[in-house]
Design a binder for this molecule. Structure first.
Ligand code: BTN
Length: 260
């Protein structure tokens, strides 16, 4: 059973709830009113976990970290920069996992956490950020921790246990991820959301497995575009270098396939 993480007085996290089971921690927080910045909700089990693009997020009970937090960047951060929040959360989760579990985690743009299992990249986690009606952002993080090979929801999935984690004790992992998220978010907010000043953009780029690879992005309307992922623009969009010499930025709503 997960215990209450330590809430540092004066720190970002203002409340911390652990529930045995719920549908989705993101749905619970989005519905909660009023939403207080720094509220943290963790579930031992989710029965209707959600991922990006209306996908489902499934994991056996107590096999991972299922966590959502409320962030409210406020008027100090221009709203155009809020798109960095899910990327920032990915950096924070990767940093926390490497610190506490000794696992190298890379990021598949925009929101996937990848680990290496037997030399192959596998998805071990993801981030789902959603705007609530009151202007807050609910950021959900799911991480497969203890899953064995026969428990993986899909063959392309992985877990930090399968990636050789030195520890799969969920309490310290959860604390490390929250601590890291507090640090990255604080830095980003202090820099008024500037992705370079806050170091979020360089940190994301350094850990991003998508950059330097050929990708195919499926765009709305059934179109697709293929190119080499060369950079992230100032809004966190992925910049593709196309075969005709042009460049195209794609948004987080577009589906990206990495091509070998
Ligand atoms: C994705 O891979 O598309 C994102 C997955 C996000 C899963 C987490 S688990 C905690 C929170 N609650 C949810 O329903 N989803 C997120």
């Amino acid at each position: 059973m997960l215990r209450r993480a330590l809430i540092r007085p004066g720190g970002l996290w203002t409340s911390f709830d652990v529930v045995t089971a719920t549908g989705s921690t993101n749905s619970d927080l989005v519905r909660r009113t009023p939403l207080a910045e720094g509220a943290v909700l963790v579930a031992e089990e989710q029965t209707a976990g959600r991922g990006r693009l209306d996908r489902s997020w499934t994991a056996p009970p107590r096999s991972g970290i299922f966590l959502s937090v409320v962030l409210r960047p406020g008027p100090g951060v221009p709203v155009e920069r809020w798109g960095w929040l899910p990327l920032l959360a990915g950096v924070a989760a990767a940093t926390g996992l490497s610190r506490s579990a000794g696992v190298d985690t890379s990021l598949k743009w925009p929101n996937d956490l990848l680990v290496k299992v037997d030399g192959e990249e596998r998805k071990a986690g993801g981030v789902l950020a959603e705007r609530a009606d009151d202007g807050s952002v609910v950021v959900g993080i799911g991480i497969n921790v203890t899953l064995r090979a026969d428990e993986l929801p899909v063959p392309a999935a992985g877990s930090i246990a399968l990636a050789g984690a030195v520890s799969t004790d969920r309490d310290p992992l959860l604390r490390a991820v929250l601590r890291s998220l507090e640090q990255w978010y604080g830095q980003w907010r202090e820099a008024a959301g500037d992705p370079v000043l806050s170091q979020v953009q360089p940190a994301y780029a350094a850990g991003c497995a998508t950059l330097g690879r050929r990708v195919r992005a499926e765009l709305p309307g059934g179109r697709s575009v293929t190119g080499e992922a060369v950079a992230l623009d100032g809004d966190g969009r992925l910049v593709l270098a196309l075969a005709d010499g042009g460049r195209q930025s794609i948004g987080a709503g577009d589906i990206v396939h990495l091509r070998p």
